[in-house]
Design a protein around this ligand. Structure first.
Ligand SMILES: [Zn+2]
Length: 88
């Protein structure tokens, strides 16, 4: 994938770095962690900037996972944590 031009942090005036981060989301007592998501990261303040495509993917994926977790909670599942991987 071609990511040029490299975006610049408006506050720190340095080039952002394209590297993996962990996305985290919490809704009530259900939390979702998505490791190894690539994003533009400011090396000065660590601010993470996801591409619009990645944001769309994260929203859809997190919504589905939260639904799954809440469904499990409603049926009082003994399972409290899941690790799901794709293509590894
Ligand atoms: Zn910055």
């Amino acid at each position: 994938m071609n990511h040029l031009p490299v975006p610049t942090c408006g506050k720190d005036h340095v080039s952002r770095e394209w590297r993996p981060v962990t996305f985290e989301y919490a809704d009530d007592d259900v939390s979702v962690r998505v490791p190894n998501v690539y994003a533009w990261v400011c090396p000065a303040d660590g601010e993470v900037s996801f591409t619009p495509e990645t944001v769309d993917e994260l929203i859809e994926t997190v919504r589905e996972l939260i639904e799954t977790a809440k469904r499990a909670r409603r049926r009082r599942s003994i399972l409290t944590e899941y690790v799901v991987s794709v293509g590894v």
